[in-house]
Design a protein around this ligand. Structure first.
Ligand code: ADP
Ligand code: 5GP
Length: 200
């Protein structure tokens, strides 16, 4: 059976990376889709692990080669999901987690209606600002652009299948794991058990 495609979005600073790391640590057979981006590498990030850091030329080439499932421009940089590794993992029955912004997530849902879309919120908008500033790696003018973008992102949240409020990292991670578990218990996922007629 093919794996599940789980897409998480939410404003920059809401805590996606922190919570998803916890989810990954706790969940076997769950893999992170490494995106390509033109944004500069931050301290502590590793090329090929957090992102594939590429030039704008290379990114344009990937678009031309149709190597990306989706891509979007976000606050002056391009971000995109390489499609081939994602398909290979899903076909091998692995579950895949995508941490992508709203336009990309809605494009994934259009192309793959079976994708599970989760939007991450913070208890308040002030929390997002505090966390973004507290992380200490984003210039003040970029903090403001990201917060402006966050206001628009919240307007798109009703299109998502699930909302997770990150008031506590542990709790948010458990909620995401519960969503994945519930999705795997769907009748459509388990119907093959009912075809074992010899047991009836
Ligand atoms: P994102 O990936 O959404 O941009 P990060 O995971 O980098 O966000 O988190 C932004 C900052 O907020 C980090 O400094 C992180 O430690 C902090 N943070 C994450 N979750 C919480 C939480 N539930 N409560 C308080 N701070 C948090
Ligand atoms: P950051 O620069 O903080 O790592 O990410 C900025 C935004 O880009 C986040 O909202 C993140 O979810 C999003 N993002 C990361 N990778 C991709 C991708 O492959 N496609 C899209 N559409 N957005 C992405």
């Amino acid at each position: 059976m093919s794996g599940k495609l789980i897409v998480i979005s939410g404003p920059s600073g809401v805590g996606k990376s922190t919570v998803l790391k916890k989810v990954m640590d706790l969940t076997p057979n769950l893999y992170f889709s490494v995106s390509a981006t033109t944004r500069p590498q931050r301290p502590g990030e590793t090329d090929g692990v957090n992102y594939f850091f590429v030039s704008r030329e290379r990114f344009q080439q990937m678009i031309a080669e149709e190597a990306l499932l989706e891509y979007a421009e976000y606050v002056g940089n391009f971000y995109g999901t390489p499609e081939a590794p994602l398909n290979a993992a899903l076909e091998a029955g692995k579950d895949i987690l995508l941490d992508i912004e709203v336009q990309g997530a809605l494009n994934v849902k259009r192309r793959r209606p079976d994708a599970i879309l989760i939007f991450m919120l913070a208890p308040s908008f002030q929390d997002i600002e505090n966390r973004l500033i507290g992380r200490g790696d984003t210039a003040p003018e970029l903090v403001q652009s990201r917060l402006n973008r966050a206001r628009w992102e919240y307007t798109q949240a009703p299109h998502y299948d699930y909302l997770v409020v990150n008031d506590d990292v542990e709790k948010a991670a458990q909620e995401i794991r519960s969503i994945l578990t519930a999705e795997k218990c769907r009748t459509s996922e388990r119907i093959h058990y009912l075809t074992l007629k010899e047991d009836l």
